[in-house]
Design a protein around this ligand. Structure first.
Ligand code: HEC
Length: 149
């Protein structure tokens, strides 16, 4: 009799536990989506406005339409669109003789093109720029070493 009442008692506890877990998991997924969305928006804002204490330019001064379209340097050199940038890194960079990642490239543009202080590796600023640029290429296949579109 005692064993029976225990078995009956377990069912609702199990069900409540299951419902609680479902709410918890959906909350975690929601929080993750929101945090990522926030990082992308922060990166988009930084891409459009941040000068990194440099020459007054922002990323968007060269990478037009938020990076979605190619630009041109005064000397005529084409500035690649960033539409697939996130899919073609890591890649070998002739100039430095090294394999570089997307964050290396972002820091390189902040240092050389903006003549500013690049955001630190692991910083929210660098990660949000990487999140934004990666969001431009969402759904495109990985093409390591490929060329900009
Ligand atoms: C003065 C113009 C200029 C500015 C400003 C600039 N870039 Fe660039 N960017 C370039 C050029 C030119 C390249 C081509 C590769 C190279 O020369 O390093 C490039 C390449 C890139 C690439 C790689 C694209 C690819 O597919 O090869 C990324 C990513 C990038 N820039 C991000 C940024 C970010 C983020 C900023 C702002 C912190 C920025 N750039 C600011 C000129 C600029």
């Amino acid at each position: 009799m005692k064993a029976m009442s225990n078995r009956v008692g377990l069912k609702p506890v199990f069900l409540v536990g299951l419902m609680f877990s479902a709410v918890l998991v959906s909350n975690i997924a929601y929080a993750a989506d929101t945090q990522l969305e926030n990082a992308i928006l922060q990166g988009k804002n930084s891409f459009a406005h941040d000068t990194f204490g440099g020459n007054g330019k922002a990323c968007v001064s060269c990478h037009l339409a938020g990076g979605a379209e190619p630009g041109k340097l005064p000397n005529g050199k084409v500035i690649p669109s960033l539409a697939n940038a996130a899919t073609i890194f890591p890649r070998f960079q002739q100039r430095s003789g090294k394999v570089i990642t997307l964050t290396d490239q972002i820091r390189s543009c902040a240092t050389n093109a903006l003549q500013g202080t690049p955001p630190d590796y692991g910083s929210a600023e660098l990660n949000s720029l990487a999140s934004y640029i990666t969001s431009l290429a969402q759904g495109k296949p990985i093409d390591m070493g490929g060329t900009p579109q």
